[in-house]
Design a protein around this ligand. Structure first.
Ligand code: AMP
Ligand code: GLY
Length: 416
């Protein structure tokens, strides 16, 4: 089968590397791609958020399966346009992608499906926002209703800052603060059946010890040795299936990847957020352990035959992903710097370098072009070994003033 992957990040590079291991995949294209995806796929420039442009491209290339990486194309209706041409697409319709596209919609669906989540109010003016902030008290959680590329959520004890964020947005969701560790659980679904991938944890803050501003994600690891054994079964029963049933009932079934962001609170497991696509950088770590052929799995989800899919096969070890960011990230990343040492890094056992904000310049040199430049993913017999390999590999990569966290999976490795 011929596969077209939409997107240009580390997640898409990870999807492409995994797809290239599936013997049923005979050709891979990536639109628009980055400086690394071109090694394993043919990069094609296209406006990923233009549904007609993506669908036309898929048709011209005689693609069998389109895999949409990021949320913006999904919310824009890329999956709908591709399916209208009779081409299989992994990713929800625009209507179903509202589970990520609107926090208020997600809350409404969760309420209708009795899914455990933080109590919340949707507010459209200052008076409502003030009332909601005071109803919950600190710590305040204020979320821009729409897509905000990870920058829409403010979590603070400062009421004035919380209110200011609410006033900056047209519509916000203000909710109860959830304590406890966070887990990212990815679920592949055809709208009815669902297969959970190995749970992962990501590191959202820029600096060690979870300090500094929020980012798109600075690292991840999987599996979570410390998580309860019945976590997946519980989340499938209390979150995933009720949500899928509610979406079907509304006439907007959700197929593709349901990203369930969870907090393991003192009062049980609660949903922090839904996303409508694979998470980045958790995907890099999760797919590094998946041995089931990815193309066949995503195709089964896209054509409604997931129930015939055998159980997933996992490499028994651990995987750790560490993101190398440009100086100035997340506020104002400095780009255009030359990157060297990737071959050397990939010579370390179990290591894969996955590109995100990279491009090949006019002289054929690999240069940085975004905030999260690349990530190093290492597998190992356990977290300790995977971590050691990832950090050894990072030591071989040169990006002037590049920054990475040194504590990805550190606590989990020590407590294992
Ligand atoms: P979201 O975009 O909803 O995932 O929020 C981004 C991040 O903000 C989450 O990963 C959490 O770290 C934090 N967050 C969101 N909602 C809550 C909440 N109700 N309580 C505590 N932290 C939250
Ligand atoms: N790693 C968080 C996200 O992809 O939204």
């Amino acid at each position: 089968m011929k596969v077209l992957v939409i997107g240009n990040g580390g997640r898409e590079h990870a999807l492409i590397r995994a797809l290239s291991q599936d013997s049923s995949v005979t050709g891979i294209w990536c639109a628009p791609g980055n400086g690394g995806t071109g090694q394993h796929a043919t990069n094609i420039d296209v406006d990923a958020t233009n549904p007609a442009a993506v669908a036309t491209l898929a048709s011209e290339l005689a693609i069998d399966l389109v895999v949409v990486g990021p949320e913006a194309p999904l919310v824009a209706g890329v999956a709908d346009a591709v399916r209208e041409l009779g081409i299989a697409c992994f990713g929800p319709s625009a209507a179903a992608a509202q589970l990520e596209g609107s926090k208020a919609f997600a809350k409404e669906v969760m309420a209708a499906a009795s899914v455990p989540t933080a109590r919340s109010f949707a507010c459209t003016n200052s008076d409502q926002a003030e009332a909601a902030l005071d109803a919950f008290g600190p710590t305040y959680v204020v979320k821009d209703d729409g897509l905000a590329a990870g920058k829409g959520v403010v979590v603070t004890d400062d009421r004035a800052q919380a209110l200011a964020h609410a006033q900056d947005c047209d519509r916000v969701v203000i909710e109860e603060f959830l304590d406890g560790p966070e887990v990212s659980l990815f679920v592949i679904t055809d709208g009815t059946d669902a297969l959970a991938l190995s749970p992962a944890q990501d590191f959202k803050r820029i600096d060690d010890n979870d300090e500094g501003p929020n980012t798109g994600g600075m690292g991840a690891y999987t599996p979570l040795e410390w998580a309860p054994n019945d976590l997946i079964d519980e989340v499938l029963a209390t979150v995933v299936h009720p949500t899928l049933q509610e979406m079907q009932k509304r006439g907007t079934p959700f197929s593709g990847l349901l990203y369930v962001g969870l907090a393991l609170t003192s009062q049980g497991v609660k949903v922090v957020e839904f996303n409508a696509r694979f998470g980045d950088p958790e995907t890099q770590a999760v797919l590094a352990r998946l041995e089931t052929p990815l193309g066949q799995l995503l195709l089964a989800a896209s054509n409604g035959t997931l129930s015939q899919q055998p159980a997933l096969i996992w490499n028994p070890g651990s995987a750790v992903t560490v993101v190398l960011a440009a100086p100035g990230y997340p506020q104002s990343p400095l780009t255009g710097e030359i990157i060297t040492g990737i071959d050397h890094a990939e010579a370390v056992e179990g290591v894969m370098v996955l590109h995100a904000g990279t491009t090949i310049n006019a002289d054929g040199e690999l240069t940085s072009s975004g905030g999260r430049v690349l990530s190093v993913t290492a597998t190992g017999a356990n977290l300790e070994q995977a971590r050691a390999r990832a950090y050894e590999a990072l030591g071989h990569i040169d990006l002037r003033d590049g920054h990475y966290r040194t504590d990805i999976a550190l606590k989990a490795a020590h407590s294992a």
